[in-house]
Design a protein around this ligand. Structure first.
Ligand code: ATP
Ligand code: MG
Length: 429
């Protein structure tokens, strides 16, 4: 027997179809059973009439419970009253896997749904989000592959930190300890002397101790590192990537975005270039609104939100204070107290989606910065070799994939962007 998807069967529109999936809803009378079947593509109403089927099939229909898996054969036809506009008049039905009383019913708390995440993934909401998630990964790969980049990987076990010690996960490594990676960047900088243009999409681990709606302890970062690229070049690459992801998701997932309540027209307007504003200008802008930040302090979520609210597109904030930036972000020769670095902030309060910079090539400058941050430069000797043997200007950035998904899917919390979220408070299921 050949099965087609619910969506395909609706496209066919008439005649006999074989479909399979799970029971989304069921309701019986003594003459009829109404089964709404779902597969990954759609839901459809299937009607079993006692007078139309054998006693065996009717008895099977009476055993159908929510979330049991089923194979159904029947005649499909348009029906305005049915939930998705089509109805199947069932001639044959088989339960493949019975289902106990399904624990998820209407109006359950977010914590209950997270405890039952393995089952909640079946919901139409999670189904829509995970389809967008898949598209975002595809879009990133397509963007870089079409430009001739190589996809490469760095180790997940790392002897040093990249983003600073406070968020490191320590793991036992035989008789020693190592850390779970926070970013592929340092290794990527070694790889570009061979491959020049590279990217990755990989998990990153950060022990984020504050409870926010934007931080996971395990998340996926899309990172690129590009030889010969100067600051201006990397800004352009970053905004082109984000514009491309939006275009790709609009082309492939309009239905899901609408289902999730996203404003399609608003997204359609987001095209590169994006507004650029320096850190110092941000402080001046915020001062006008009565928000005073001392020059040299990093921008916090509230300040990012306040500035991004003024724009309909993502914005690029450049030239943060050098002394609060990671050691590899170089000072701007035209304004040495600032660094050639940037953050991209999404609109609608979704926060920072990209962090990037040109990379310092001056070993002494980097050593000085490491010492200032309480790090041991000796641990980075291999990294300094990348500068010792034929250094070139280069730049890169990391995009938080889940942050982008949360924004595109119009979600309140980053936890819903990933099948099984990991945060300080949650490591199961
Ligand atoms: P934030 O200030 O929001 O903590 P960050 O400055 O630590 O971000 P980067 O180190 O620049 O972030 O990492 C690159 C990108 O990875 C960020 O722009 C963001 O989109 C994403 N990201 C960082 N930390 C997390 C996290 N804990 N969970 C999900 N995404 C994250
Ligand atoms: Mg952080």
């Amino acid at each position: 027997m050949e099965f087609i998807s619910v969506k395909k069967s609706m496209e066919k529109g008439n005649g006999q179809v074989n479909i399979r999936g799970w029971c989304y809803r069921v309701r019986n009378s003594n003459k009829m059973a109404f089964i709404i079947l779902r597969d990954t593509t759609e839901i459809i109403q299937c009607v079993v009439e006692k007078s139309n089927v054998s006693e065996e099939i009717w008895n099977e229909a009476l055993k159908v419970t929510m979330e049991c898996s089923l194979e159904i054969t029947g005649e499909i036809k348009k029906d305005e009253r049915a939930p998705t506009g089509y109805e199947i008049s069932v001639s044959s039905l088989k339960i493949v896997g019975e289902s106990d009383t399904f624990p998820i019913t209407k109006d359950q708390s977010p914590e209950f749904l997270l405890d039952n995440r393995h089952l909640w993934l079946r919901s139409r909401k999670m189904n829509a989000i995970l389809k967008v998630r898949s598209s975002v990964f595809q879009a990133i790969r397509k963007f870089f592959n079409d430009k001739g980049f190589y996809e490469e990987h760095s180790p997940m076990f790392s002897p040093t930190s990249c983003e600073g010690g406070s968020t490191l996960f320590e793991v036992k490594y035989f008789d020693d300890v190592v850390y779970l990676t926070q970013s592929w960047q340092l290794y990527a900088e070694a790889m570009i002397s061979s491959l020049e243009k590279i990217y990755t999409i990989a998990p990153c681990f950060r022990a984020e101790k504050s409870k926010t709606s934007r931080h996971l302890s395990e998340f996926w970062m899309a990172e690129t590192e590009i030889a010969w690229y100067k600051f201006e070049d990397i800004l352009k690459n970053a905004e082109d990537l984000v514009a491309f992801i939006i275009k790709y998701v609009l082309e492939n997932n309009e239905g899901q975005l609408k289902f999730l309540g996203q404003d399609i027209e608003k997204l359609k307007k987001i095209k590169a270039p994006f507004p650029r504003i320096t850190y110092t200008q941000v402080l001046e802008e915020l001062k006008k609104d009565g928000i005073n930040i001392e020059w040299g302090k990093d921008l916090r979520t509230v300040e990012e939100d306040a500035i991004s609210k003024k724009y309909e597109k993502p914005i690029i904030i450049t030239h943060y204070p050098k002394k609060i930036m990671a050691f590899y972000k170089p000072k701007d020769p035209n304004d040495p107290k600032t660094a050639l670095c940037f953050d991209m902030i999404a609109p609608d309060g979704y926060g920072e989606i990209i962090g990037g910079s040109e990379r310092d090539t001056d070993i002494e400058e980097m050593k000085k910065a490491l010492i200032e941050q309480g790090e041991k430069p000796e641990k980075y000797e291999w990294y300094f070799d990348t500068r010792k043997y034929g250094k070139v200007p280069h730049s890169g950035y990391g995009l938080g994939v889940e942050r982008v998904i949360a924004w595109l899917c119009n979600l309140d919390n980053i936890k819903d962007t990933i099948p099984f979220p990991r945060t300080m408070a949650r490591k199961t299921p």
